[in-house]
Design a protein around this ligand. Structure first.
Ligand code: SF4
Length: 909
């Protein structure tokens, strides 16, 4: 916000911006005006009246949180009268407040306590109320949130944050006076409402009225240390404050401060309630070596010597390409850099990949071809400010919940026109102006049809196309050849709705495309991404604020793992291994000759293991036994290896098959950086000591490398980042001392570069944006008589990936304890399936027994399953067919049939 006026506060001239309130300007200038009901993220109401100030020329006192600044205004924030008024307000509040500071968890951060002390408020001034402590309220029976009405000051911050930050209307204030209480608008316990259980109501509570139930009794806030770090779940990269009880060596509470970037203090259920996995008794605490079929604990020397010996022996007898490594999008940038360096420089192969192959390989391939850079073009805070947002193949409120809530709220307020294209009636679809419920795998047909409408109706940006793009003619021919009626048939979306979506998107001054794995996880994944790039270029929606093509990366550091070269064809910064210049640079930096040919991708590594070509595999923090397609085949392939080493924090389904297991530290036990989906490099900070002998992944990698005769000496993670900067142009200006605060968005090429909020301003990374003619191709496996139903897979908000972390988080497991198959009432009727009944889902690759959930969300020809649950592993069923360019498997479409297991199962389930 540009400061364009000045006012005088307590005799001091301070700068302010037009539209700011007195409270905002004063707080920004470091002048503390007391406030209980103010939260900078929501509309001010002046309800608590603690921020009353005197304005020169006005008769009475005014609330500073609602009064706008004016040039030359003179404000007094405290005098005798104001102090008296504040003291009285506080005494009235104290008369309704159970004074339990000695036992209250909030002790030390409670604003009521702070102000009562500051103004000498007498808690007996208006009498002391007798409280009914055990009065049932809407959080009764909940495991996540505790509400204590006797501590509530009725400021309604929780209600407004629920509405204006989370974009929901779960909470309300019911009753009057002493009896007024925060409640749900549904007269139901919390879990039975559409509440996301994000806990942002707790985060804003100025007293201890709302508190995380698992944190109660774990330490008063005055006694806890605070460590700011980055969330270990999704690519939004929310900033967290971990509250640490040093006596217990335990993270006991998680918060986030309003104003932080990118999440402005908001968290989702996983970030706030999903981190107790850190202290799970299941954590690996010592290296394990398999002897006679059983794991035995071993020393680090014993385990690492064995790993070095076995990998070296395979390399020397079968060649370096008989080895491969899977790096981890959950590990830090520094660890991913070291991992690919170890594989390339010490093992001598480019067979290194990671789970980006399974989620956004097609993004990297497609956007690099069209724009020259395979990353999100814009920033997270750009998205809700767009005039139109086109969400396609992204269940944003479940998979990237904090960004999803921003989009939901932007649509609810009418600030943004929302188009949602998704085969399921996802939650965002309820807030959309247009929902296109296309058939799974028909995205190219849909986007081509939209572009045909845009061209026919003259809604395209001719100047942008002519000045900034190339290869337009073949693209145009393809689009003009699209038959709208045929497209409607293929997609299942009526032509009038296609037209409506095209017009909303193309007529917006600033339109933003948001997509995720619904676009990428197809045999046509690269084509899908190219189509979206075409759409953005056709309408001139690239290279400006709140426009662009914005892939939402899945894992917390999948962007960073790609950036740092944990891919078979590129070194860090996407420098190609088969480019002699790039290779020579890395050979000189690393002091060894490097392999010239690109290596194998994730699925190719598994196939090569099955064929006996890959014999030794080193996996850091990945779990292909649940995450890869066709798990039966994965098990068979891993079983054929001569040697499997898994480095992880839990004994995952994959680690159970290993010869050696190395215990690693999790995000809360180490330093480093993650890069979020908007290319923002952010700090990860150590908060607690690791369990047992667990060590940071970077330390293990350096130790192993030394034992293999290649010394990756590193004096710590900051030093590794310095090395990264020296060989990686897009990270060239990144240093730890520059990452405090909001981090840096790449490209950040030198020490003076401030980072890049949006890409392709003025020109594309590759020069001109390149159009591609993209004809529609059907999925690799479509329904037939034997397998008549489409299976599509995805995530649930409460769980993450293969569930290794979230299923060990108490609240998350309480919310969603098992997997389900979502089936529409139409399909359920056809098969005679009842809600809650156990069914069998069968594909050409295997079968899974799972509970049926009948609801009007999937298309009537489809069933949906999440892939988090080992008891119902969806990836037993999925098709390993690959996109020919990106080599990403087609997780989103395969053909299945359904069988009822039997009526009795309803009871058992
Ligand atoms: Fe963590 Fe993503 Fe939730 Fe933010 S939105 S708290 S990064 S899981």
């Amino acid at each position: 916000m540009e400061e364009d006026l000045t006012l005088t506060v307590d005799g001091r001239e301070i700068p302010a911006s037009d539209g700011q309130t007195i409270l905002e300007a004063a707080l920004a200038a470091g002048i503390d005006i007391p406030h209980l009901c103010y939260d900078p993220r929501v509309a001010s109401t002046g309800q608590c009246r603690l921020c009353l100030v005197r304005i020169e020329g006005r008769p009475g006192l005014e609330t500073a949180c609602t009064e706008r600044v004016r040039p030359g205004m003179e404000v007094v924030t405290e005098d005798k009268e104001i102090r008296e008024v504040r003291k009285t307000i506080l005494e009235l509040l104290l008369s309704e407040h159970r004074l339990s500071c000695q036992t209250c968890d909030m002790d030390g951060e409670c604003l009521l306590q702070t102000y009562a002390y500051r103004y000498g408020a007498d808690e007996r001034a208006f009498g002391i109320r007798d409280f009914d402590r055990d009065r049932p309220n809407y959080t009764a029976r909940g495991e996540a949130i505790r509400y204590d009405p006797s501590l509530c000051v009725r400021c309604e911050r929780c209600v407004r944050v629920c509405q204006e930050v989370q974009g929901l209307d779960i909470l309300t204030l019911k009753g009057r006076g002493f009896a007024a209480e925060v409640s749900t608008a549904f007269d139901l316990p919390l879990r039975e409402t559409p509440c996301d259980v994000c806990g942002n109501c707790v985060g804003t509570c100025p007293t201890g009225a709302l508190y995380e139930r698992p944190s109660v009794g774990m330490g008063q806030l005055k006694d806890l240390d605070r460590v700011v770090t980055t969330c270990p779940y999704c690519g939004v990269g929310c900033q967290l404050t971990l509250y640490v009880n040093r006596n217990l060596n335990r993270v006991v509470r998680v918060g986030s401060d309003a104003g932080c970037v990118p999440n402005d203090g908001a968290l989702c259920v996983k970030g706030r309630f999903g981190l107790d996995f850190v202290h799970s008794p299941d954590r690996l605490t010592a290296p394990l070596i398999r002897r006679n079929g059983q794991f035995e604990e071993a020393s680090w020397d014993e385990a690492l010597d064995l790993v070095a010996e076995r990998l070296t022996a395979i390399r020397d007898s079968h060649g370096p390409d008989a080895l491969a490594g899977l790096s981890s999008a959950k590990c830090t940038n520094e660890e991913n850099y070291l991992f690919q360096k170890l594989v390339r420089a010490a093992l001598g192969t480019n067979n290194v990949d990671h789970c980006a192959r399974l989620c956004h390989a097609s993004t990297v391939a497609g956007l690099a071809r069209a724009f020259g850079s395979g990353a999100m073009t814009n920033s997270i805070d750009d998205v809700p400010l767009a005039d139109a947002v086109f969400v396609i193949g992204s269940n944003t409120t479940e998979c990237h919940p904090v960004l999803g809530a921003m989009i939901r709220q932007a649509a609810r307020t009418g600030r943004t026109r929302l188009i949602v294209a998704d085969p399921r009636k996802i939650e965002l679809a309820r807030h959309a102006e247009v929902h296109l419920q296309q058939a799974s795998g028909s995205d190219v047909a849909l986007v081509n049809a939209m572009m045909k409408v845009i061209v026919e109706e003259g809604l395209w940006d001719r100047a942008f196309v002519e000045e900034r793009c190339e290869d337009f003619e073949p693209f145009l021919d393809e689009v003009l050849a699209t038959d709208l009626a045929e497209a409607a048939e293929v997609t299942g979306v009526p032509t009038d709705r296609i037209r409506q979506a095209a017009r909303v998107y193309a007529r917006a001054e600033r339109a933003s495309i948001v997509y995720s794995m619904g676009i990428t996880q197809h045999t046509t994944g690269t084509d899908n991404v190219l189509s979206l790039a075409n759409l953005a270029m056709l309408t001139g929606n690239v290279g400006r604020k709140s426009t662009g093509v914005n892939p939402l990366r899945g894992q917390n550091n999948v962007q960073g793992a790609c950036d740092l070269g944990a891919l078979p064809d590129v070194y860090s910064g996407y420098q190609k291994v088969n480019d002699p210049g790039a290779r020579a640079k890395f050979e000189e930096a690393w002091g060894v000759p490097l392999p010239a040919e690109p290596g194998l991708t994730v699925v190719e590594i598994i196939n090569a293991a099955a064929d006996g070509d890959v014999r030794g595999l080193y996996i850091m923090g990945e779990n292909p036994m649940l995450s890869d397609p066709d798990i039966g085949h994965v098990r068979e392939a891993l079983g054929k290896l001569d040697f499997l080493c898994v480095q992880d924090i839990f004994l995952s389904e994959t680690a159970e098959l290993a010869d050696v297991v190395l215990p690693a530290t999790c995000f809360a036990e180490k330093d480093g950086t993650f890069t979020n989906t908007e290319r923002r490099i952010q700090r990860v900070r150590k908060a607690v000591e690791p369990p047992g002998q667990a060590r940071p992944d970077w330390e293990i990698l350096c130790d192993l490398s030394r034992r293999m005769g290649y010394d990756m000496a590193c004096g710590g993670v900051a030093e590794v980042m310095d090395e990264i900067a020296s060989v990686t142009p897009i990270y060239g200006g990144v240093r730890y001392d520059r990452l405090e605060g909001v981090g840096l968005q790449w490209p950040c090429t030198d020490a003076d570069h401030a980072g890049t909020r949006f890409l392709h301003a003025g020109s594309f990374t590759r020069g001109r944006g390149r159009f591609h003619a993209v004809p529609y191709k059907p999925p690799a496996e479509t329904p037939d008589e034997e397998y008549p139903v489409v299976l599509t897979t995805g995530r649930r908000q409460q769980h993450w990936h293969t569930g290794t972390m979230t299923r060990r988080a108490h609240v998350l497991d309480w919310l969603v304890p098992h997997g389900e198959a979502e089936i529409s009432p139409v399909l359920a009727d056809e098969y005679g399936i009842e809600d809650g009944e156990m069914i069998r889902v069968i594909s050409r690759r295997g079968s899974v027994e799972v509970k049926a959930h009948v609801l009007d969300r999937p298309r009537t020809d489809s069933v949906f399953m999440a892939f988090h649950f080992k008891e119902a592993p969806a990836n037993v069923l999925t098709n390993p067919a690959l996109d020919p360019i990106a080599k990403i498997p087609e997780f989103k479409v395969c053909a299945v049939r359904l069988e009822r297991i039997g009526k009795d199962s309803l009871q058992e389930a």
